[in-house]
Ligand binder design. Structure first.
Ligand code: NI
Length: 245
């Protein structure tokens, strides 16, 4: 996309009112977060510090701080040569994302379960116990990720585990911001207890099956929820992807 088009695109999206200096970081962070979470800022688009600073009429410092916060929330990732880039969100490709996760995480379970030790299992158990009572959404997302990772702790393929962790982080981010809108105040823990017990008993293929069940249910809940939201503008987002991806 040409620079002028980019400027007007970002202005249309984020507004260009200058925030009061002491609120600049918070306001910029909030506007970017909303635009990322509801899909107006598509995955793959680069966010440039100078461009945003000009748009909001502020120095680069609050922009840099805002981008750092969003990166910590996995909404942005930093790429060489591109800088901060909007990370992919679970959206219309939720089915693909979950189908892939089932493949990857099944393999991780097969590698890991026979080698799990007491510490791995104790960590997994603590996470589920905590999830039974936790009501803070970001904490629920974090505990879910740590629980699943504990069951994969002994998987030996490091590249596999990088992909597994990406998938879990993507889900964590999605849950953190969407669980309340999805109508969940607590996450049912039966699936997690089943996974825990089966893994503890070294029942590899049964655990793999239970995981498929668990992830399929999550995918169904997410696609139902996404289908019930007012639809975004697909034409613009595909155009964006072409120009910025
Ligand atoms: Ni889970």
């Amino acid at each position: 996309m040409r620079n002028l088009d980019r400027q007007s695109f970002l202005r249309g999206l984020l507004g260009d009112e200058q925030p009061p200096a002491h609120l600049a970081r918070a306001v910029i962070e909030e506007r970017l977060r909303n635009a990322i979470l509801d899909g107006r800022l598509p995955a793959g688009i680069a966010l440039r510090q100078q461009e945003l600073a000009t748009l909001f009429g502020v120095s680069r410092m609050p922009v840099r701080e805002a981008l750092r916060q969003l990166e910590a929330q996995s909404l942005l990732r930093v790429e060489t040569h591109k800088g901060a880039v909007v990370a992919s969100l679970i959206n219309e490709d939720a089915m693909d994302a979950y189908a892939l996760r089932i493949l990857l995480e099944s393999e991780a379970l097969r590698q890991s379960i026979p080698l799990l030790d007491e510490d791995d299992l104790a960590l997994a158990r603590r996470c589920v116990e905590q999830l039974e009572v936790e009501t803070d959404y970001s904490e629920m997302g974090r505990l879910n990720r740590i629980f699943h990772m504990a069951l994969y702790a002994k998987a030996h393929n490091k590249r596999l585990m990088i992909l597994v962790e990406q998938g879990l982080s993507e889900e964590e981010r999605f849950l953190r911001f969407n669980l309340s809108a999805m109508g969940f105040h607590k996450l049912p823990q039966k699936d997690h207890w089943d996974l825990f017990e089966l893994a503890k008993d070294n029942m590899v293929e049964q655990t793999v099956q239970a995981l498929g069940h668990h992830l399929n249910r999550a995918m169904e809940a997410i696609t139902r929820y996404l289908g019930s939201r007012p639809s975004a503008e697909p034409a613009r987002s595909s155009e964006q992807k072409k120009d910025d991806g």
